[in-house]
Ligand binder design. Structure first.
Ligand code: IMP
Length: 173
């Protein structure tokens, strides 16, 4: 069955513009590195950095947590590391979706250990599982609350497919 649209490309564009302005307002002045989590965040990050009106650099962390399954494996594996040190820089970690929160927490620990001047998180989508289990832990900027369903499109995949859908869609079982 083809995926069913949940959030339209126009709604994403409006929210990304708001997020970019909010990030610029709230992050301290100074050197900013935006770190995208590959591969799911590549499209969101490309749009988001264009909405942040200040000098910044882009870097990426390659991560695998699901393999080709639609249920978390519970294991986070780094497949490629940052290209440059983040010590002394303001870091914004950009993730596609927070589900169990395992990936985000693993990456926050990893980045914190490298001595950034500040560390903030921006996720496009937060599932109810994350919101229930992690109240009080930092999700500084959230695009949308997601339902408890598997979503694809706008960079998010199911077994590497559907990343090219322009909106966010629910994958029907
Ligand atoms: P977590 O570690 O359980 O929070 O899972 C985070 C990662 O799992 C995300 O970065 C995504 O790559 C992937 N993921 C979780 N839920 C979905 C979904 O609904 N669609 C696509 N990928 C997902």
């Amino acid at each position: 069955m083809p995926p069913r649209e949940l959030i339209s490309p126009a709604a994403i564009a409006r929210r990304v513009a708001e997020l970019g302005a909010e990030i610029d307002r709230r992050l301290p002045a100074g050197p900013l590195t935006v770190v995208g989590v590959l591969r799911g965040a590549f499209m969101f990050m490309a749009d988001l950095v264009r909405a942040i009106p200040r000098d910044l650099t882009c870097d990426f962390l390659g991560v695998r947590s699901y393999g080709d399954a639609t249920v978390s494996s519970g294991v986070v594996e780094i497949t490629s590391d940052l290209g440059a040190p983040v010590a002394g820089r303001h870091v914004l970690l950009v993730e596609d979706i927070a589900d169990t929160g395992l990936t985000l927490h693993y990456l926050l620990d990893l980045l914190r250990a490298r001595g950034p001047a500040s560390l903030h998180t921006c996720v496009l989508l937060a599932k109810p599982s994350y919101r229930d289990r992690h109240s009080g832990t930092p999700l500084d900027f959230v695009g949308f609350d997601a339902p408890d369903a598997y979503v694809v499109g706008y960079g998010l995949d199911a077994a590497q497919l559907y990343r090219n859908l322009p909106g966010i869609n629910i994958l029907e079982p």
